[in-house]
Design a protein around this ligand. Structure first.
Ligand SMILES: [Mg+2]
Length: 176
């Protein structure tokens, strides 16, 4: 049997529009990125796991709590279902403030490694898509592939693009 493969997604700036200098604290602030839906569908079609790895410092700053985050994630998963896409297989979040121990936040690979252990994933069967250099650095630290979801290039990533078709072509060529 073929090993299970997994695409890890950063949330803010990839799955939903990023709110500059603030946080998505409630459902009304969550705006899906329509361009990512074909990539999520592609994961379903290829039987890949879809797992979110997200820093949510807004909890550490007491701007929201874990119930607020869960509410936003229920809203997000319902949007997927409305678009005939299965819900995320899992969601890992780091709520601590920057510079607080223990460092679970990206660029630490800790959340990725937790998920890879839980789902028995091999490094070569994992790829991360993120829009921040710290996302890519977490993938590098976990020794897995990464796509920098950006119009600029980051040399640490295996590929840089914000174009859905280009990303699907890259995944088809290099990950299937
Ligand atoms: Mg992001």
């Amino acid at each position: 049997m073929q090993n299970k493969k997994c695409v890890f997604f950063d949330r803010d700036g990839v799955i939903n529009k990023r709110i500059i200098d603030s946080y998505v604290t409630k459902q009304s602030e969550f705006e899906i990125n329509l361009d990512i839906l074909p990539i999520l569908k592609f994961c379903d079609d290829n039987n890949f796991l879809k797992i979110i790895i997200t820093n949510q410092q807004g909890i550490g700053k007491s701007m929201m709590n874990e119930m607020d985050l869960e509410s936003v994630h229920n809203f997000m998963n319902n949007i997927l279902l409305e678009n005939q896409i299965s819900t995320f297989d899992d969601i890992y979040f780091a709520s601590e403030l920057k510079n607080t121990e223990p460092f679970r936040r990206k660029p630490s690979p800790k959340m990725l490694l937790e998920a890879m252990k839980k789902y028995d994933l091999q490094k070569q069967d994992c790829i991360l898509i993120g829009d921040s250099k710290s996302d890519i650095d977490s993938a590098v630290n976990a020794d897995i592939m990464s796509i920098f979801y950006s119009i600029i290039e980051y040399e640490e990533a295996n590929f840089s693009s914000q174009n859905t078709e280009e990303i699907l072509t890259y995944l088809t060529t290099n990950f299937i």
